[in-house]
Design a protein around this ligand. Sequence first.
Ligand SMILES: [Zn+2]
Length: 240
Amino acid sequence: MPAIPILMYHNIARPPGGVRLRSLYLPPRRFAAQMRLLSLGGYRALSLRDALPYLQGKQEDKVVVLTFDDGYQDNVEEALPILERHGFTATCFVVSGALGGHNHWDAEQLGTRKAVMDRNALQAWVAAGMEVGAHTRAHPRLPQLPYPAAKAEIRGSKEDLENLLGQEVCTFAYPYGAMDRRERDLVQQSGFLAAVTTQRGRARVGQDLWTLPRISVGGHHLPHVFPLQLWTGYEDRHRR
Ligand SMILES: [Zn+2]
């Protein structure tokens, strides 16, 4: 089965001094270099929504999927101009209860508060042809919630974002990648067409669309690792 890499980014920014989890940051210059590499290689980088026909095997091309988790302000400020330069699209998975706020779910653990896009920034993202996907209302670990609460987090975030943006929200990312069969089924039954995890590896054409693996791209890797992650079995070998 052909492989389609789904890349996972968080912040497109230089990490502030002393911050933990460098994997969550990629400096804008390195992001620009990665997009240039894809472009030179003849790849189309697409949002998850735009990539669905390729994942379903209905269309074939050299495709890479770009996803950003949590909806940080730097995505629209730093990544968007670079994406537009190459004619690429991307998905931002947004915590609908945190718009205009900060990463309240991990700010303490990381030792830093990071600005999350507000309504205007999100509308600018969408106006540029980019996708907004759902990432729950409050960023909980879904398997730890009772069923009605998990359902409300998943469906509620879809409704919140659809009301805000006036368009369908059809993709989902599990917070922390925490999910089980129950969450997968809830997401599918809620009307999402695809969902991404943090399971490592490249997605395969024809695989289950609600448990898609991803490739984490961040400052924890040296630059030469990026092409290995995309075009070799590097990530597939690290599949848990
Ligand atoms: Zn997240």
